[in-house]
Ligand binder design. Sequence first.
Ligand code: SAH
Length: 341
Amino acid sequence: MEPKINLGDLTLEELTAYVKSRGESAFRGRQIFEWIARGADSLDDCTNLSKTLREKLAAEADIYLPKVRRKLVSKLDGTVKYLFELRDGNTVETVVMSYYHGYSVCISSQVGCRMGCTFCASTLNGLARNLAPHEMAGQIIAAQKDMGTEISSVVVMGIGEPFDNYDNLIKFLKNINNPAGLGLGWRHITVSTCGLADKIRRFAEEGMPINLALSLHAPEDGLRREMMPVARAYTIEETLAACDRYFEKTGRRVTFEYALSEKNGGLEWAEKLVRLLKGRNCHVNLIPVNPVKERDYVRSDRRSVAAFMDYLNRNGVNSTLRRELGADINASCGQLRNSEM
Ligand code: SAH
């Protein structure tokens, strides 16, 4: 039997064309698209379609929403971490953080990861598979439905490398931006990449001015290669040139992620980072490395973190310390999924 078409993987245009090809009027496509964003978990949930139509479509198509396998709520700050189960039994992690301006959700883009960053828990068991567009959007929709609240911003910073799942990512972004769906503005969406420079260049041409975050973590190729295998494929120079291009095309300032450990957190590295980034319209997001038991990274102490940040700011490189949320529920991604494997 042919696998069924998952309607959540279609853009609004595709869904409209699909229902037309089945002899239905175009607006049925829009209705289904709206239902999916509102949390429909099967065609039967689309109650403004006739039963006959639902049955006709269900013969070859369906809708699926990820299921809550586990849910942890931080007693410290209310951060919620979900382990969602997908139809094939695979699981992904999603974190919902509450900010003064609303709820922000951090979603996964793949089941596992093959980028191999040596400080990261998500890549320990390699890549199982890519997430389909409906599984990325489904994390937002299922979290909203479960919490009974509206999510106002999305960061693609959970498990996986979004640009290693490029086509699905683009479709997902289109769908959540569509006003008939979640209607999330480009400025409320952030994608974080370990630095697939060719994809950054391609993404600059897509006409989707979202926020781009680059996981830099080291100001020199030698150290970066030790920490991140992707640095063997693309030099920092090439990667930053791609980020500059992104800024030129979209007007969106790129954020650089820098996880501080004893390896890259000394002031000599701060000096190198300033030399690298000075004069760029950018922002550095610092975070003390989150210790992963299978990894040997030791996080920088508070003092070194403060000194590092201070050095950057005094020398013209904007930086802030990322607030650590959900410390009691291990809210940084990868670890909950691993603990269930
Ligand atoms: N693959 C993408 C997005 C997922 S990782 C990327 O690399 O950007 C999200 C962020 O968490 C990245 O900046 C990543 O480098 C960082 N990260 C991974 N493991 C970490 C750890 N143990 N401590 C601190 N940050 C970590």
